[in-house]
Design a protein around this ligand. Structure first.
Ligand code: PLP
Ligand code: COI
Length: 341
């Protein structure tokens, strides 16, 4: 198969239209059999649930070319599970988890020419999503839905690759204590847009959101979970019911313990103790692990000893091991890698 003529090394995190996407419609209480299509547009009612009351949820995962030339995905079953959780919370029908994993494979296979080559630094990002598609004007769930998966080749999420980021402690909240922060609802991202534009205007790369109730505990950023490393090399990550259960973070906790022999703990983390950590990073499918050099809390700077020029020692080990597993250089735990081609 001949690859597309794309400058893989210089891809940013953007949308590139690829050849095929997967579509399945839900009507009269059932999903249809689903199909690949070349049509990248959706034509639905102006009154569709997605437009009026933001009834939409999504996922994000990647396909990688491994060192020995295979195309694989990383733990797609967990994306299927999380999408099912999101759907239930938003009163949407669950797209069957086994069909989700199969549809991901179909989309990757159909767009194999867009899967960036090994060593290019780019990957094929997959975006499964679901929308309420029939007209609703009273506030209630739609009765018809569309599930789609499209693919787009991407480079690093943060410009500058692995240059440590500067974050702002946000005044805005991302998720309420009993809200939707723990699912991947489009509405969580809509309400983060003003905060991210404000942070960017002020020269920051991202926001650090705190818990909405007390503004004392670390939650996450707009698109990634936090990992911290203590001065005695323990990996710690915030525990909260209002953050997204990141698949990358859950995987990194296993990598820290099983591969690197480090202690790793998920617990509440106060903003107050952040200054005592040695390293900080953002983790997620898009972010992979992006190091954080500085966090600014209303003029007060927290500068990590790992510095502003490169990743900290443990963060780098976590990064190398995780990406090594994803690219087939390091043996993966059973069930983590799904071979597609
Ligand atoms: N937190 C938020 C708000 C996200 O949007 C994402 C991205 O999916 C993550 C965390 C990281 O999750 P994952 O590692 O499953 O991609
Ligand atoms: C992902 O990492 O897949 C996300 O959905 C986060 C988003 C910032 C792109």
């Amino acid at each position: 198969m001949e690859k597309k003529n794309i400058d893989w090394q210089n891809l940013g995190f953007g949308y590139v239209k690829t050849d095929y996407r997967y579509v399945s419609d839900f009507k009269d209480g059932a999903w249809d059999e689903g199909r690949l299509t070349e049509d990248a547009t959706i034509a639905i009612s102006e009154c569709a649930g997605v437009f009026q009351y933001a009834q939409t949820c999504f996922e994000g995962l990647k396909a990688y070319t491994t060192e020995d030339g295979k195309i694989v995905t990383f733990r797609p079953d967990l994306n299927a599970q999380r999408m099912a959780d999101s759907a239930r919370r938003l009163e949407m029908p669950v797209f069957p988890e086994d069909r989700f994993v199969e549809a991901v494979a179909e989309v990757v296979k159909a767009n194999a020419a867009y899967v960036p080559p090994y060593g290019s630094g780019a990957t094929l990002y997959l975006r499964p999503f679901m929308i309420g598609s029939n007209p609703v004007i009273g506030v209630k769930p739609a009765t018809e839905y569309q599930f789609r998966i499209f693919a787009t080749p991407v480079g690093p999420y943060f410009k500058g690759g692995v240059k440590p980021l500067t974050l702002k402690v946000a005044d805005f909240d991302r998720a309420a204590p009993n809200g939707t922060g723990n699912v991947k609802a489009g509405l969580n991202y809509a309400m983060s847009l003003h905060a991210i534009v404000t942070a960017h205007d002020e020269g920051y790369d991202e926001n650090m959101y705190l818990d909405a109730k007390t503004h004392t505990k670390v939650e996450e950023t707009g698109g990634a979970n936090f990992i911290f490393v203590t001065k005695d090399k323990k990996v710690v990550t915030p525990k909260s019911n209002s953050i997204l259960p990141s698949i990358t973070r859950r995987s990194l906790m296993v990598v820290a313990k099983e591969y690197l022999g480090l202690e790793a703990e998920e617990r509440e983390i106060t903003l107050e103790e952040v200054k005592d950590f040695a390293e900080c990073g953002l983790c997620g499918t898009a972010a992979v692990i992006s190091p954080v050099g500085k966090i600014v809390d209303h003029g007060k700077e927290i500068c990590f000893p790992s510095g502003m020029s490169e990743m900290g020692e443990i963060t780098k080990k976590l990064y190398d091991t995780l990406t090594g597993i994803q690219m087939g250089r390091i043996e993966a735990p059973k069930g983590w890698i799904k071979e597609i081609l």
